[in-house]
Design a protein around this ligand. Structure first.
Ligand code: GRF
Length: 215
């Protein structure tokens, strides 16, 4: 499976995906990295690993469609089968999403459908929730919508601040995202009527994935 990773910044999830590819647990090849923001850390991470990378600065395009035409031509040139959004801060149009139906996934730092959007950790702490976490999901046109693939749960302690909680959740993200890609690459993830089913066998690497509907 050939992956294109779309980023806008730090790139720590990109790094986790690259490391998983390097140690043979990703089941996929990261063929191209695209950032809509120039000179971000994620581009340097790709560059250091000699992974093809591009800047497609949305500010240089007159419309979302023209910006996405450029994304499409890069992704198609690399024969991409799966797009991973990893901290990509642009909303994609429904046309783009339709073109890549169930081929775009994202990681979000909350237990969806709770806390969609930004500032998830601050809102989780303020809400008094006892647990938060991260979710991988297929990307549908509405923000942070789309069938949930996998989740990791992180307890919120009374002493947690945004900084401590985001560090704990990020550590889970770095395990969950590669594990999700691995499941997809093995053909174990199916979307039926907007719900994801995952065929699981009892192996340690899939114990990360909970809760899900079992086939
Ligand atoms: C992560 O918290 C991810 O869940 C969210 O954006 C952040 C990106 O971080 N969508 P990084 O650029 O991967 O370090």
């Amino acid at each position: 499976m050939k992956i294109g990773v779309l980023i806008s910044g730090r790139g720590s999830n990109l790094k986790a995906l690259i490391e998983s590819q390097e140690n043979g647990t990703l089941g996929a090849e990261i063929c191209t990295v695209i950032s809509n923001v120039p000179q971000v850390m994620g581009l340097k991470i790709a560059d250091d690993r000699q992974i093809e990378n591009h800047v497609v600065d949305h500010k240089n395009y007159g419309s979302r469609e023209l910006f996405e035409d450029e994304l499409n031509s890069i992704l198609q040139a690399s024969d991409i089968n799966l797009i991973c959004l990893a901290g990509f801060m642009r909303i994609l149009t429904s046309n783009f999403i339709k073109k890549w139906e169930n081929k775009i996934i994202n990681i979000h730092p909350s237990l969806l459908p709770a806390f969609k959007g930004l500032n998830t950790h601050e809102r989780a702490i303020k809400s008094g929730a006892k647990f938060t976490g991260c979710s991988t999901h297929f990307v549908y046109p509405d923000l942070d919508e789309g069938p949930i693939i996998a989740q990791s749960v992180v307890p919120i302690s009374q002493n947690d601040t945004v900084k401590t909680l985001s560090a704990k959740v990020l550590a889970e993200e770095h395990k969950l995202y590669p594990a999700t890609v691995n499941l997809i690459s093995r053909g174990l993830v199916k979307v039926q009527k907007s719900l994801v089913t995952i065929k699981l066998y009892s192996s340690p690497e899939t114990s990360l994935v909970s809760p899900v509907i079992y086939d």
